[in-house]
Design a protein around this ligand. Sequence first.
Ligand code: AMP
Ligand code: ZN
Ligand code: ZN
Length: 421
Amino acid sequence: MRKIPAILINVFFVGMLAACSHAPTAPAASAAPSIQAVPAAASTVILISVDGLRATTVGTGMMPTLDAMAASGVRAASLTPSYPTQTFPNHYTLVTGLRPDHHGVVHNTMRDEGLGKFVSKGETALDGRWWGGEPIWVTLQKQGGIAATMFWPGSEAKIAGQRPRYYMNYDKQMPANARVDQVLAWLDLPAAEQPRLITLYFENYDVAGHATGADSAESIAALKYIDAALARLRDGLRSRKLDATTNLIVVSDHGMITVRGEDVRYLDDLVPADTFEAVHLGPLAGLNPKPGHVQQVEKALIGRHDRFECWRKQDLPARWHYGKHPRVPAILCQADPGWRVVMHGIPESKKRRGEHSYAPEAPEMGATFVAIGPDFVSATQLPAFDNVDVYPLMAHLLHITPAANDGTLAPLLPALRDATP
Ligand code: AMP
Ligand code: ZN
Ligand code: ZN
């Protein structure tokens, strides 16, 4: 039995995270046994993320290499992101199988009573105390395998006592082809040193999408640039005769929507700016009322507005599995797709032409899942499934026992040649 009931996970994590939010990150409830040899028959897994790639882009001809993989391998109608539809929470969900409320990376920008402020682009991302649960590279290494990360949120931090055997500090400037060449170089290592799990990350579409819009010429060029890197990877695997033993999984963390600068609403039009502290603004605003202003802020904000809705964290829709973690701000305001919740005098977010962080069920937020390799059946389309299910899938492919998680292999069974869990 690989999965423990969600209710047990909830009770465990809420208790643990509430108790330990100031302490070094404790590992998730782990079903993993002590070190053992990984069966030789298990294939290599390369998990590739194209940040922001909408499910609906697959099959349109904009990424011919990815389209070919989807046509001859497995493709999901959509990979449903976890809430909030942001880069750090969802990348970490993909590799832990835990909802953000359970792994603790609840947003790209967070506040923790003991740890202070987390920003995804800063040094705090290297501090393991922010990262709960057990990423797949730790699960694999605990069971005797070797992992490598060619970038992935969380991979530079020591989590549950370890980092991937091979990892790189995030460098946006590193060209996509150079990232692919590093992956291939790891596969050229002597057999005893080769990684069995490799992650590979591309931000180019997300960057272009924010700056110029989801469907701009620049964004389409970014898709083609990434697709060329995918082609280089596939060629490199073929020339090494590794394609028959390597499973490739291409995912994204969320989708992308084109937005207009004027489509904003101002929190401080509803309640004075000095009555609350905004932790984050944009498509999803999170804020904490200042002492003595709780009732005033709640009265002004809680409920439905014309382009957004605000909830107390404990009252968020249950389908979002969000709001229990102490790092989630007291009040969340979720904008409708295309809109943003901002404040006067903070101009930065209004410059953006593309956004995510909208409700996971918005069709434009639907993320990508494409997989091909020896363990996957051919030419199969799956219905949409949740991104918490990618972790148990990888554990299955790697022949290792997953740690406790929120996912299930069930939606993937029709895609697997050997579906014996
Ligand atoms: P956002 O669009 O704000 O959700 O964040 C996406 C950005 O996160 C990308 O454009 C990347 O530049 C950045 N990013 C991705 N991985 C990492 C990482 N490991 N460390 C720091 N920043 C990252
Ligand atoms: Zn992202
Ligand atoms: Zn983004």
